[in-house]
Design a protein. Sequence first.
Length: 158
Amino acid sequence: MIYPRTASYPDRNFVFRISSATIEEIPSEFTKFKGYFRYLVMPDNSLHIEVNKEKKIYKKYEIMEFNSDDEVTSYTKGIDFNWMVSEKIRHHKLKITKSNENYNAEIIIIFSLDTTVIKINEKPYDLKPYDLLVIENLKKENIMLHFSNECLTGILDF
């Protein structure tokens, strides 16, 4: 997913981009994106990675945060969740959520890690593993979310 919809991935003029991919080759060099901050999570495996020549290990579901202009090499096969956010955005955060949460951010993203029922202001939505739900809340109204299982949740304010 790319936001806004009129943005272009090759032109690198997006506010944010969300992707999930299967890493099949190791080592795997990450593409650099100057001007972007990045979140990466492995929902099926731990992550053995090198960032600017420094070796790091992240556990399954542990959130890796880094500058998208960093030199990053992965030594792990598996599925990843990747959220790139423009450095022009003033506030963004990704976390694991498994409880009730109240949000008033302009953009709320939910990435399901398992079969999950999400209630948004009491209206249920059934999500399968690796489903993505994006809520545009440009009026910044309070939104109550109830989670039946753990999910990745991200917030973004322009």
